[in-house]
Design a protein around this ligand. Structure first.
Ligand code: COI
Length: 357
């Protein structure tokens, strides 16, 4: 048991009156976890304190060179009152892989999980009850050491904040319209795509904004070298059902985020006896499959939206209307099963769920 100091807030905020109107990521709970790193001393002073602003030196390296990583996970309220997390160990493993990529010191994964569980326990009344709502968990690390030369910082903060959320996309499970991006790229082979680091998301904003102007929800990212091979959809991993096979881009270029929902989707599909292939997949092949009638379903996977069906793809002048713009049977089954396990409605044969007691 780590020595986590707890300072409770004297001014608790009002909880949302109508949980069915919760948006994504606008509201925060009463407390947060925070821990410092100092070179020579390591991580120290783990504590839970009232939620609020932090003070930073204007020369803090996060503000100049973007040295940071983050994670995204959720706490779910089961009908019987249990509080459930979904594969949280995987998130902290990935946090450390991201840390390694941007030269941030490794975090003790067991301590991080213990801190998270303690924070969720304190904030459990913030976990919403309404259908499709949950408590989004955002662990992150920022470089706080003040310095203007380009090198890894010597001081960091690791924090966890919590946000009660509704659906990520206003469309919910309705299929989204996606613009195949041929101008901007998110990252490249050898870049930081495999790390959950803020710069990847900053790099995505312009494409997303232009897609929005054209009435598209998000973009489909192609590889940065040949602009042919599919990488991700918006902030999610992406799957294509072509004929009887389900194809998702392989992770070996290092430019794709290894999603926990991606991994779970692959394991679940295989447990159903369906063939899943991780390989390079070009947009030309997708268009060809569309033309010959074998492109059945396309969907994104992520923590925030879980499964997000794609109903419409625009690649240059070519328009692909997938499954008549309706949710496909496979997307629906994956969504129902994954969310069923996450909300404790159905049995978890994989041992993915961790109860916060
Ligand atoms: C996800 O969970 O799909 C994300 O990565 C979204 C997050 C950046 C808000």
């Amino acid at each position: 048991m780590a020595n986590i100091k707890i300072e409770l807030s004297a001014n608790l905020k009002e909880k949302p009156a109508d949980e069915s109107k919760l948006s994504f990521g606008d509201l925060f709970t009463d407390h947060m976890f925070i821990m410092n790193y100092t070179e020579g001393q390591g991580w120290h002073d783990p504590r839970i304190v009232p939620y609020g602003p932090i003070s930073l030196d204007p020369a803090a390296m996060i503000l100049h060179y973007g040295q940071e990583v983050f994670e995204g996970m959720k706490a779910y309220r089961a009908e019987d009152g249990r509080v459930l997390l979904f594969r949280p160990q995987e998130n902290f493993k990935r946090l450390n892989r991201s840390n390694d990529r941007v030269c941030i010191p490794q975090v003790d994964e067991a301590l991080a999980l213990e801190a998270l569980e303690e924070l969720v326990r304190i904030e459990k009344d913030w976990i919403p009850h309404a259908k499709d709502t949950s408590l989004y968990i955002r662990p992150f690390v920022i470089a706080t050491g003040p310095h203007l030369g380009v090198r890894p910082a010597s001081e960091y903060l690791f924090m966890i904040i919590l946000s009660p959320v509704g659906p990520y996309y206003p469309e919910g499970l309705d299929p989204v319209k996606i613009y195949v991006e041929t101008n901007y790229v998110r990252t490249v082979k050898g870049g930081t795509g495999m790390a959950k680091t803020g710069g990847n998301y900053a790099a995505s904003l312009k494409a997303q904004a232009e897609a929005k102007e054209k009435q598209y929800t998000q973009v489909l990212w192609l590889d940065g070298v040949e602009r042919r091979y599919i990488e991700e959809v918006g902030t999610m991993n992406v799957f294509f059902q072509i004929g009887d096979e389900i194809v998702t881009p392989s992770l070996d270029t290092g430019s794709i985020l290894p999603g926990i929902t991606r991994m779970s989707t692959i394991e679940m599909l295989r447990s159903w006896g369906l063939p899943v292939v991780e390989r390079r997949l070009s947009i030309d092949e997708v268009a060809e499959a569309y033309d010959n009638g074998t492109l059945k379903e396309v969907f994104g996977t992520g923590t925030a939206a879980v499964i997000s069906p794609v109903g419409h793809l625009k690649w240059g002048e070519k328009i692909m209307n997938i499954n008549d713009g309706k949710i496909g049977a496979l997307s629906q089954k994956l969504y129902d099963t994954l969310t069923g396990i996450q909300w404790g409605k159905i049995e978890d044969p994989f041992g993915w769920v961790v109860e916060v007691k």
